[in-house]
Design a protein around this ligand. Structure first.
Ligand code: SAM
Length: 261
């Protein structure tokens, strides 16, 4: 097994352990979601536009809330994640809600669906789990229709640097390996996970996409997080900032759009 494959297996174990805790958490509030509340935030909703009738590939879909939210908006959705626990739960929740979404268990770096989509979407805490953005961009290029939309709504790579000392900005193939108690949601204090994380600079993201035939059409940075994460306070409804940076402007999230030439 190559080093990267071993690291991916490590991450998969961690995500399999986290999934049941996330489903029960207030953070994901799956009960409200099942009653009809969308899990999508205005940041990505405003950027993606009308998805009705469009084929949409959702990469790293976790246990499927966003995929099902897009399906409720009329998109024909395929959701992909490498965690079998997450995909099994996603299928169960969709069936319970009578929603049709095609959930597939796969490493996004190995994905081959022999199909092209109108839209590819991925969001909030995704690329840091990937050791190789060139392969990731190749997956997007292979599965996007010519002229289609790729939307990545992601935490800003500056955020980790601002939050904690000790993070590197530029990509290093050697991952940051962390043994962590608990997870980013409430619950699961007994959980211990080992994870491998790679930081990707903005240049790294842009050039991986460009060198795989995708053209950047939009890039936008947001000065708040739509999620209340560790060390954050509420600035206004749906907008959270780091307490220690309350008075400083800080990039929290970005939207990147690209299309296939
Ligand atoms: C933070 S979560 C997804 C964020 C999503 N917005 C959410 O909150 O539901 C990251 C997801 O990436 C998945 N993942 C990590 N590495 C992956 C890989 N190599 N291939 C496919 N899925 C992967 C994990 O299983 C997890 O479900």
């Amino acid at each position: 097994m190559t080093e990267f494959k071993k690291h991916i297996e490590t991450n998969k174990k961690a995500w399999n352990k986290r999934t049941p805790i996330h489903i029960k958490s207030n953070f994901y509030n799956n009960e409200e979601f099942k009653k009809g509340k969308t899990s999508l935030k205005p940041i990505e909703l405003n950027a993606i536009g009308d998805v009705k009738g469009k084929s949409l590939l959702h990469l790293q879909c976790h246990f499927g809330q966003d995929s099902i939210s897009f399906a409720r908006m009329g998109a024909k959705v395929t959701g992909v994640d490498f965690s079998d626990a997450a995909i099994n739960e996603a299928k169960r929740i969709a069936a319970e809600m009578n929603m049709h979404v095609n959930f597939i268990e796969s490493n996004v770096l190995d994905l081959k669906l022999n199909k092209e989509f109108d839209i590819i979407f991925s969001s909030y805490g995704v690329i840091g789990w990937l050791p190789d953005l060139d392969k990731w961009a190749a997956t997007i290029a292979t599965h996007l229709k010519k002229g289609g939309l790729f939307l990545l709504t992601e935490f800003h790579p500056f955020l980790d640097l601002i939050k904690d000392n000790g993070y590197d900005y530029f990509y290093d193939p050697k991952p940051d390996i962390e043994i962590e108690n608990g997870t980013y949601t409430d619950g699961g204090s007994e959980l211990v996970t080992k994870t491998c994380w790679w930081n990707h600079s903005l240049t790294n993201i842009f050039s991986a996409l460009e060198s795989n035939g995708l053209k950047l059409t939009h890039f936008e940075e947001f000065d708040y997080s739509p999620f209340l994460l560790d060390g954050m306070i509420k600035k206004e409804k749906g907008k959270y900032v780091l307490e220690k940076r309350e008075k400083n402007s800080t990039p929290y999230v970005f939207n990147l759009k690209a299309t296939k030439k």
